[in-house]
Each structure stands twice: as structure tokens, then as C-alpha cells.
Design a protein around this ligand. Structure first.
Ligand code: SF4
Length: 204
């Protein structure tokens, strides 16, 4: 598939966090850095550097490009761990914060694994996210629910990109950590959308 038509895996993470943030970044092409995004960027630079390592039967490769033509997605793994005896592959994603209440990181990881499964003709039952804030690896089971959720997000993203949709903002606690809050103006716009909604209902 033409690379320009492939959806970046990072868009899945943004979409699950906030569909409007996803549209601002991937359709409107807006990006603003804040303290948290800068910290995440520096962490990724550190993990992206470094050459492949081999420790006994474990091979560690960094910044590994992956693609799924079947799903129409592509991305880059922070780390791919390979058991060279068992011939198993596992993506490991590095994150600045700590495990989240929503599934945005898990969906991103699952999409990476789905790409690897297609590219290597293997099954991957679990993968891992390393959270910098808690200095801990979280194991993620790639079960049917997570796979279905990930594929559902990809379907919604395809529609969003095809129709260049930019959802209305919903102002809540996610906005407090969002680097795009100044571009998004969620409080002002939400008020505007709410007023228009009421006017439409009562034909004012
Ligand atoms: S400010 Fe809030 S509504 Fe706007 S993109 Fe960020 S999280 Fe979404």
C-alpha cells in the first residue's frame, strides 16, 4: 500500500486519548510541545539511540519500522525483543508517565504487535510497556478484546481521515495535560458548540 495512505500508529494512541487531539495533530498538522511532551521526546531519543544487542538468546533491536498492509497502518517500534531460540518477537514501548486508566497505550502496542504478526507470520500473545515514572515494565495481554478495540479504532480513524473530520472539543481533565490546549480552545469552543446545539433544538 502507498505509504501516504497508511495511518501512523501514533494516531491510534492520540485518538483513544482524545479524537480531537488526533485530528489536530494528524489532519490539521498542529503540534505544540509542553513539559510532558518534551520529556517524552527526550526519553524516546535515548531509547532510539543504541545499536542492537544480543544477550544470550535475547536480541534487542531499536527503532524498528513496521507496517500492516492488511490493516493500513505503519509505525516504528521503540524496541523489538527477539528470542532467537524460540523465534518469538515482542514489541516494547517506552512511555514517560505511568500506566493509564484508558487504553491508549495498550491500543498503540497492540497495533504494533499486529504489524509484526503480519510481517513475520507469527503470533504474539503479550507485549510490554516500560513506564519511566514508575520505572516498571507492564505486561499487556494481546487478547481478543484488545485486538477488536484496536481494529475498531483503525476503522474510525480511516473514516476520520477520509472525511477530514475534526470532532468538537470536550473540556475535561485530559485537557490539563494536553499540549494543544491553546490551539484547541476547548472551553470557548465547547460553549460555542453547546449554544449552537440549543439554538438548533429550539430554532432560535
Ligand atoms: S485540549 Fe482537550 S479537547 Fe482539545 S485536543 Fe486537547 S484533550 Fe482534546
Amino acid at each position: 500500500m502507498d505509504e501516504e495512505k497508511l495511518i501512523p500508529i501514533s494516531a491510534l494512541q492520540h485518538f483513544v486519548f482524545c479524537p480531537r487531539q488526533c485530528a489536530l495533530i494528524h489532519i490539521e498538522r498542529l503540534w505544540t510541545e509542553n513539559y510532558w511532551t518534551a520529556q517524552g521526546r527526550v526519553l524516546h531519543q535515548r531509547t532510539d539511540e543504541g545499536t542492537p544487542e544480543q544477550r544470550a538468546n535475547l536480541r534487542v533491536e531499536r527503532s524498528v519500522p513496521v507496517v500492516s498492509n492488511a490493516l493500513g497502518i505503519h509505525g516504528v517500534l521503540d524496541v523489538m525483543e527477539i528470542d532467537t531460540i524460540e523465534n518469538t518477537f515482542m514489541p516494547v514501548e517506552y512511555k514517560r508517565g505511568k500506566p493509564k486508566l484508558n487504553n491508549c497505550d495498550k491500543v498503540q502496542l497492540c497495533a504494533q504487535a499486529l504489524c509484526l504478526e503480519e510481517m513475520r507470520s507469527v503470533n504474539i500473545n503479550r507485549a510490554a510497556i516500560w513506564y519511566w515514572q514508575v520505572r516498571k515494565r507492564s505486561w499487556i495481554d494481546l487478547d481478543e478484546n484488545l485486538r477488536n478495540e484496536t481494529k475498531n479504532v483503525i476503522r474510525q480513524l480511516k473514516e476520520m481521515f477520509a472525511f477530514q473530520l475534526n470532532p468538537a472539543p470536550i473540556y475535561d481533565k485530559r485537557c490539563l495535560s494536553c499540549s494543544l490546549i491553546d490551539d484547541c480552545q476547548p472551553q470557548a469552543l465547547q460553549k460555542d458548540f453547546s449554544e449552537r446545539y440549543v439554538r438548533n433544538i429550539y430554532r432560535l
